[in-house]
Design a protein around this ligand. Sequence first.
Ligand SMILES: *Cc1c(COP(=O)(O)O)cnc(C)c1O
Length: 367
Amino acid sequence: MYIRKGYPKLIVDLNKLRHNTETVVSQCRTMGIQVTGVVKGCSGLIPCARAFSEAGVSALASSRLEQLVRIHESGIRTPLQLIRIPMLSEVADVVRYTDSSLNSELEVLRALNREALAQGKVHKVILMADCGDLREGCFSREELCAAALEVEREMKGLYLWGTGVNLGCYGSIQATPEKLMELVERTEEVECTIGRKVDVISGGSSTSYFRVLDGSIPERINMLRIGEAILTPAFMFREFGLPLKDMYSDVFTLQAEVIEVKNKPSYPVGEIGFDAFGHRPEYADRGIRRRALLGIGKCDYGDERELCTAEVGMEILGASSDHTILDVQEAEDAGRLVKVGDVLDLRLNYASLVYVSASENVHVEYV
Ligand SMILES: *Cc1c(COP(=O)(O)O)cnc(C)c1O
């Protein structure tokens, strides 16, 4: 098999990743919260999963079962959690390879129960409440309590470990203290129904971490599932108006090679129709400009608007599947001459990291 060694290259600083994870784990610990480290953002890369694990997360999680299987097979022994509702077609492997999963469908829970009994295991489940973000979860309180009661009474292969919520994904609903209290209240109704306390209340993802930082997270929330705030924290901290204290924004750096540098008009020449992806972008006419082409494109990172160059005086103008076009005029005016063969550093956010870490065209290097 041909394995790419050159560029594009994703540089992963494992010490910085470990450091970010430790910071989040210790902040959460002060509020009595355990951290489930979500590795789907970096496609479950094994050295990254190991760094999370060494930094003290209580579990490793992904929405993709195949990533968890790979982590299991790598010998990492941290408990694994599947955070996308299991497909009926994957329940056997969910029970075989993971310790717990998030759930919302009785039919799936019954199938998990049958599998767990067949494999002689007890699989832990977290029942999801939908508090308005409208992705997964039981929307009504009655449905949540009824599901909890059936798991508790009838499913000896499952252990009702607790409840959870997901926010800020589809409905863009914020993790306010009030929303999180709603989860606690729904959990207390579940506890009333089953006649005991549950062990965990899993209060959401990175957005809920900001309620830890401002001290407003309800006391009974004792688990968060965190990916973005550890992997690519810069954007989130800016959004929440907080300085990036004791965290690195550059755990990941994407490097791409310059394959062409020329002076060209900034406005396309001819009759304008559609671009490579069937859209009609706007083009600004800024006269003749110095432009550089990079040997990397949308297939590697998704949307070029999710990237930026590490150097000043360079602007990403656009991209097609395998090319990225930069305006480097200002950099050149300031004396930074860009040449064919140069390697440029690009900054990634969460949305682009998912693609880059999964792209077989991008060579991953750990430092
Ligand atoms: C992706 C995901 C998370 C982690 O979200 P981040 O924004 O990366 O912290 C947590 N829970 C569920 C259910 C998810 O799908």
